[in-house]
Design a binder for this molecule. Structure first.
Ligand code: FAD
Ligand code: DLZ
Ligand code: SF4
Length: 508
C-alpha cells in the first residue's frame, strides 16, 4: 500500500530517515504550509518566509529526483490548517492509512502525530550525532549533566580533532584563549546576501499579506533558502570568519551584528546543512593551517557539544520542560522586547537587530536580552515564547533548553550549574554599547545607574537561599555583605523602583 512520507519544514534533508525508508516509485511525500505551524508563536516574518521558500524549493528538488510530492501552499483552497489534518486529508485522497515520518523536533507535534487514527511510524532523526538512547545511557546515574563531559564523548565518537584517543594539541577545550572584545573593522565581511528569485518573491508577498502584524522586518530578505545557498554561507564562514571565531566569540559591537559568527544555525536546524559535514569542513581548515585550534575547537564544540547536548536535555527532560519556573519569576515580558523604546543601549541594539535580521549571536541572546529578563524576574515561559518567535533558527528542541535552562535557570540547574547573570561591567567589557548609553555603566546607584548594576544585586539577594552555597557564587555574596549598610539599602530600593517603573510600562 502507498505510504505518506511526511517532510516537515525543518526536515529539508535528502538523507532524512523517512525518505531513506520510503519507496519513490510508490510512496507520496507530504509537505504542507499550515496556519498552525506558522502561528503557534508569532514567528518573525523572515523566519516564515525562510521556511516556506526553503520548503517549496526542497519539494521541487525532490520532484526533480523523481518523487511524487503532495505539496500544500498556505493559500491553497482546502488547506486543512495543521499537519495532522493535512495528513488525514492526504490519507483519504491517496486511499491509505500509513504514514512514515522522521520524529518531529517538538513534543507538541510528536503527540499530535501519535494521536492520529492512522498507522504512524516515527523514525529516529539520524541527522543528529547522538540518538536519544545514547544520550539516556550517557546521562544515566550522573548527579549532574555537564556539556563538557558529553562533548568529549562526541569528540571520541566522531574522531573530530583527535590524535588517536587524545585531543588534538593536548587539550579538549581552548576557551581560555578566547573571549576577547572586538573593535570595528571595515573589512570584516558580512555573510553573503540572498539573491531574489521567483519562488522567494512570491513567498515574500504572501508573508507580507498574511502576517502584517508579526514583530520583525521582512524586507530586505537576506537568508539563503536552499542547500546550495547554505553551502555558500558555510564556505564564506570557513574562508573569512572561522580563523577569528574563537577569539571574538563573546564580543558584541553595535554596528556589526555578525562579527565572526557563522550565521548557519537556521540552515542546520532546517536540514539544509548537516552537522557532521559542517564540522568536517572546520576540521579540514585546521588541518590545512587556515584556522587556529582555539577557533576550530570552539566552533566544533558548539555543534557536536552544545547543540547535541541541548537536544539530549530537551528529550530527556520531557514535555513539561519548556514551562518550568524554578525561580518562580512572574513579571510580564516588557514591551521593549517587542521594540518599544528603551534608554538601555544594549537592549535597544540587541532587540533592534533581532527585529531587522531575525538574528542575534549567542552572547547577545545570553548576556543582554537573557541576562536582563533573568535579573528582572520575567516569567520564563514568556521569555521562551519570545525567543521561539523572533529568531530564524528557533525550534523548541533547541530554543527551550537554551532559554529556559541556560539563560533563565528555570530548570533549576539541569543545563547550567549557575545562572548566567552579570552587572553592566561584563557588557561594557565585551561590547561598545555602554559608551553611547543614557545610563552610566560605572554608576552603581543614582538616577543614571546602569539598570544591570542595580538588578544584579537584587537578583542575588532575592535568591540568596538558593545560590549562596554555590561555590561559584559565594564570592558575590561576600562582596555584597562588605558594602556599607546604607549602600546596600539604596541599591535594593533603587532596583525595586526600577522594576516598578518597568512594570508600569514607562520607558526605562
Ligand atoms: P555560531 O556562534 O556561529 O555557532 C555555530 C553553530 O553552533 C550554531 O549555528 C549552532 O548550530 C551551534 N550552537 C552554538 N551555540 C549553541 C547552543 N547554545 N545551542 C545549540 N546550538 C548551538 N540556537 C538555535 O539554533 N536555535 C535557537 O532557538 C536558539 N535559542 C537560543 C536562546 C538563548 C536564550 C540562547 C542563549 C541561545 C540560543 N541558541 C539557539 C544558541 C545560539 O545562540 C545560536 O545557535 C547561535 O547564536 C546561532 O548563530 P550562529 O549560527 O551565527 O552561531
Ligand atoms: C517553523 C515552521 C513554520 C513557520 N511553518 C511550517 C509549516 O507551515 N509547515 C511545516 O511543516 N513546518 C513549519 N515550520 C517548522 C515546524 O514548526 C517544525 O517542524 C516543528 O516545530 C518541529 O520542530
Ligand atoms: Fe546596557 Fe548598562 Fe551599558 Fe547601558 S550602561 S549599554 S544599560 S550595560
Amino acid at each position: 500500500m502507498v505510504k505518506l512520507v511526511l517532510v516537515l519544514g525543518d526536515q529539508l534533508s535528502k538523507g532524512l530517515s523517512a525518505l531513506a525508508e520510503a519507496d519513490p516509485t510508490r510512496d507520496v511525500v507530504v509537505m504542507a504550509e499550515v496556519a498552525s505551524e506558522a502561528g503557534y508563536v508569532p514567528h518573525h516574518p523572515k523566519k516564515i518566509a525562510f521556511t516556506f521558500t526553503a520548503m517549496r524549493k526542497f519539494a521541487a528538488a525532490l520532484q526533480a529526483d523523481g518523487w511524487r510530492v503532495a505539496y500544500t501552499r498556505l493559500e491553497d483552497e482546502g488547506n486543512a490548517g495543521s499537519i495532522p489534518a493535512e495528513l488525514l486529508r492526504r490519507a483519504e485522497e491517496f486511499g491509505t492509512d500509513t504514514v512514515l515520518a522522521t520524529e518531529p523536533g517538538e513534543w507538541r507535534l510528536i503527540d499530535a502525530m501519535l494521536e492520529l487514527p492512522l498507522k504512524v511510524t516515527l523514525l529516529e532523526d539520524t541527522r543528529f550525532l547522538c540518538s536519544h538512547r545514547e544520550f539516556e545511557a550517557w546521562a544515566e546515574g550522573r548527579k549532574a549533566l555537564r556539556m563538557e563531559y558529553f562533548y568529549r564523548e562526541m569528540r571520541r565518537k566522531t574522531g573530530l580533532l583527535m590524535d588517536g584517543d587524545k585531543p588534538a594539541c593536548g587539550k579538549w577545550n581552548f576557551d581560555h584563549d578566547n573571549r576577547k572584545p572586538a573593535s570595528g573593522d571595515l573589512f570584516r565581511k558580512a555573510p553573503p546576501q540572498a539573491r531574489g528569485d521567483e519562488v522567494l518573491d512570491k513567498v515574500l508577498d504572501l508573508v507580507e499579506a498574511r502576517f502584517p502584524d508579526n514583530f520583525g522586518t521582512l524586507r530586505p530578505f537576506h537568508f539563503q533558502t536552499d542547500r546550495a545557498g547554505a553551502l555558500r554561507a558555510l564556505d564564506h564562514f570557513i574562508t573569512h570568519a572561522l580563523p577569528d571565531f574563537g577569539t571574538y566569540q563573546d564580543a558584541m559591537l553595535q554596528d556589526d551584528p555578525y562579527l565572526y559568527h557563522a550565521v548557519i544555525g537556521l540552515y542546520l536546524n532546517a536540514g539544509l546543512l548537516t552537522p557532521l559535514k559542517v564540522c568536517e569542513r572546520a576540521a579540514q581548515a585546521y588541518a590545512d593551517g587556515h584556522a587556529p585550534i582555539n577557533s576550530v575547537e570552539g566552533f566544533i564544540r558548539q555543534i557536536i557539544g552544545w547543540r547535541e547536548f541541548i537536544r539530549g536535555v530537551y528529550f530527556l527532560e520531557g514535555r513539561d520542560y519548556p514551562r518550568r519556573n524554578a525561580l518562580n519569576h512572574q513579571r510580564k515580558l516588557p514591551a521593549l522586547y517587542w521594540g518599544a523604546d528603551t534608554h538601555m543601549n544594549c537592549l535597544k541594539h540587541a532587540v533592534g537587530q533581532t527585529r531587522d535580521l531575525a538574528y542575534a549571536h549567542h552572547i547577545q541572546r545570553l548576556m543582554v536580552t537573557g541576562n536582563f529578563a533573568l535579573l528582572a524576574g520575567i516569567n520564563p515561559t514568556e521569555v521562551h515564547e519570545w525567543y521561539l518567535a523572533v529568531y530564524a533558527d528557533a525550534y523548541e528542541w533547541v530554543e527551550a533548553p537554551n532559554t529556559v535552562g541556560m539563560s533563565q535557570f528555570a530548570d533549576g540547574g539541569v543545563v547550567g550549574s549557575k545562572p548566567y547573570v552579570s552587572s553592566g561591567a561584563y557588557i561594557d567589557r565585551m561590547s561598545d554599547y555602554c559608551g553611547s548609553c543614557h545610563y552610566r555603566v560605572k554608576d552603581k546607584t543614582g538616577p543614571r545607574a546602569c539598570p544591570f548594576n542595580l538588578l544584579y544585586w537584587h537578583f542575588l539577594i532575592r535568591h540568596r537561599d538558593r545560590f549562596e552555597g554555590n561555590p561559584r557564587m559565594g564570592q558575590m555574596y561576600r562582596t555584597f555583605d562588605r558594602m556599607a549598610d546604607d549602600k546596600r539599602r539604596t541599591v535594593l530600593a533603587e532596583a525595586d523602583a526600577f522594576l516598578d517603573k518597568l512594570a508600569s510600562g514607562a520607558t526605562v
